[in-house]
Ligand binder design. Structure first.
Ligand code: MRU
Length: 343
């Protein structure tokens, strides 16, 4: 693949090592973190981001923190550390899923730190395998030369390898199957401009960056044959939370008769959320809208901001949900249950 590992352990295994995504594309800086407050800050500030990647990160974080404890204190302290990490961001279920998995693995173990070390590596390796399988399934949904519109960043930076929504594109690129990608810039944090465009350009993919409000125009011009987006949590009925603006893309796609696919690992399915209305939506500071990317504030002082970081695309706007187990089509409820429980 085109990117080096952007989340993992330091060479001596005592710290979590990440590429600081908040500095991309201008600077490629790696951080090594081993303190709870640093690790939480890295999630909150989107130094590491993307639903699967923050799950992988949380696994490594718990391992690194557990290593610092007296052996006798590990079982008692783990739940507290896990809760603190889980609470760093609310929407992507992979975060709490990974923490729960680590805690369950360590429970009752003689040497919980060794078990945690194996479990965090397993979470990482499994994600890479899942992304690869998602990419294979996604490739069956498009033809060489198709235009694919994507929103936010659901590529390697948001996962382990390949990504979810960008997986078919990157796998296609490896196999000499070309696609034309339209990347929404993704206001306000610009994951499409800073990360998707950067990642695809490095991989040699034909990528065109557009402002979010241009998606309808390129669809109308016949330049888009499919929309591929990632997801932060899929409810039991198939409603899918993803980066703010995703549901608008789905509405446009429906209007123009373009298939709209949500791609994500099965760890993103949350059957405890019956519908999208049950998914907690993170709200972030207004400065991200008004001043973060500008030399001078781009809004009048004192104006009110509303900055929800995610929205929910209703299941009836979704053509298919692609997981490592295959493509499921509507109605989604039974298919998602089968995927999750293998029933
Ligand atoms: O706020 P972010 O950058 O973490 O949001 C990321 C997204 O919304 C992604 O599309 C989603 O996590 C899927 S990543 C494979």
């Amino acid at each position: 693949m085109t990117l080096p590992d952007h989340v993992g352990l330091s060479s001596d295994g005592t710290k979590v090592r990440i590429l600081d995504q908040s500095l991309l594309p201008g600077r490629e800086v790696y951080l090594e973190l081993d303190q709870l407050d640093q690790l939480i800050e890295a999630i909150r500030s989107l130094r590491v981001r993307g639903a699967p990647a923050i799950g992988i990160f949380a696994g490594y974080a718990l391992y690194v923190l557990a290593r610092q404890l007296e052996k006798s204190a590990v079982q008692k302290e783990l739940p507290r550390l896990g809760e603190a990490l889980s609470n760093a961001r609310p929407t992507a279920v992979n975060l709490s899923w990974a923490v729960r998995r680590m805690l369950q693995a360590a429970q009752g173990q003689e040497d919980p730190v060794a078990v945690l070390g194996r479990e965090c590596r397993a979470i990482h390796e499994e994600d890479a395998a899942m992304c690869r399988a998602i990419a294979e399934h996604g490739l069956t949904l498009v033809k060489p030369g198709d235009g694919i519109l994507t929103h936010c960043n659901a590529g390697q930076l948001a996962t382990s390898q390949y990504g979810t929504a960008l997986g078919p594109v990157l796998l296609g690129q490896e196999r000499g199957i070309p696609f034309r990608v339209f990347a929404d810039e993704t206001r306000p944090l610009l994951q499409g401009a800073r990360l998707t465009a950067w990642e695809l350009q490095r991989a040699g993919v034909d990528v065109t960056l557009i402002c979010d409000n241009m998606a309808g125009m390129v669809m109308k011009q016949g330049l888009v044959q499919a929309c591929f987006v990632g997801c932060d949590r899929v409810a039991a009925n198939g409603d899918a939370a993803n980066k703010i603006g995703t549901s608008g893309v789905a509405v446009l796609a429906k209007h123009y008769g373009i298939p709209f696919y949500v791609l994500g690992p099965s760890s993103t399915i949350d059957l405890d959320c019956p519908t999208g209305a049950d998914i907690p939506i993170e709200e972030r500071p207004g400065e991200e809208i008004g001043s973060l990317w500008y030399r001078e504030p781009m809004a009048p002082a004192g104006v009110k901001f509303y900055n929800p970081a995610f929205d929910v695309t209703e299941h009836d706007l979704i053509t298919g949900i692609v997981t490592e187990k295959g493509v499921c089509n509507p109605p989604f409820s039974d298919a998602l249950r089968r995927i999750k429980y293998g029933a």
